[in-house]
Ligand binder design. Structure first.
Ligand SMILES: [Zn+2]
Length: 262
């Protein structure tokens, strides 16, 4: 190796170090052979990020959104009014489902449109957590303020990502994971204190824990394997995650609605 070669190698190494790591493109659907949804037929119905969108994606959340609306509407008409805490909790739950329905059900064909809908979904979920916690303990409570801080953090993160043209479903994933974990932890703590029927609080907390792990193992867009509980093209692991989330929220609404004397 000549001196010139050494120079070239050094400058190449310097350039490699200086260049930011490129964002990885999502694995092509056809390449994910281990997943049962990885067929060309299902790839035809795809979102703006190239991932398959099964037939029933989002429908469960739409039904739950309508259910929450009916609970709120029924509470207004009922001679036995829903307690203000339960009413507020249900309304803030609805916010998260509005984001999810919009994101999952509309055909976001372009990457830009998909990205904006995804950001709306991220923010709606975080906002829903903050609203639920505020409904249970009051807006000035330390837990609510901490939750609002996590929501604002995510909002700022998304704004920076959008401004920089980042691939949002990969952008700062670790930070977003920590922000969601923080919200889950806060809500578990608040519900453990506020819900007087402790077995219910324990089931809700366990379901949240399970939901998070299910998402990490099977439901994220680049999960390495499938649970096997899928109907290719119709119902995938992300939809199973929606079942866990919806069951948890239904239980939370039931617990807040039936608790007497808040
Ligand atoms: Zn989802």
């Amino acid at each position: 190796m000549t001196l010139g070669d050494t120079h070239t190698v050094r400058s190449l190494l310097r350039a490699r170090r200086a260049r930011p790591l490129p964002l990885q493109a999502p694995p092509p659907v056809a390449a994910r052979a281990k997943r049962p949804d990885a067929t060309a037929a299902h790839a035809q119905r795809a979102d703006g990020n190239g991932q398959p969108r099964p037939l029933l994606r989002g429908w469960l959340h739409l039904f739950f959104l309508l259910y929450c609306t009916a609970v709120l509407g029924g509470a207004r008409a009922s001679p036995v009014p829903l307690h203000a805490t339960a009413r507020r909790f249900t309304a803030w739950t609805l916010v998260g489902y509005a984001g999810s329905v919009l994101f999952h059900m509309a055909p976001w064909a372009t990457q830009r449109a998909y990205t904006l809908a995804l950001v709306f979904d991220f923010v709606a979920i975080q906002l829903s957590f903050t609203g639920q916690i505020g409904s249970l303990v009051g807006w000035g409570h330390a837990a609510c303020l901490a939750s609002a801080l996590l929501t604002l953090w995510l909002l700022a993160l998304c704004a920076a990502g959008l401004a920089g043209g980042a691939v949002m479903w990969q952008y700062r994933r670790h930070t977003r994971k920590c922000l969601v974990l923080g919200q889950i932890g806060l809500s578990m703590l608040v519900e453990a204190c506020v819900i007087r029927h402790k077995p219910t609080a324990l089931v809700i907390g366990s379901a949240k824990f399970m939901g998070f792990h299910w998402f990490a193992a099977y439901a994220r867009f680049d999960a390495p394997r499938s649970s096997g509980l899928v109907l290719p093209g119709v119902w995938h692991d992300h939809d199973n995650f929606h079942v866990i989330a919806t069951a948890t929220h239904a239980l939370q609404i039931w617990a807040t609605s039936t608790q007497a004397g808040w």
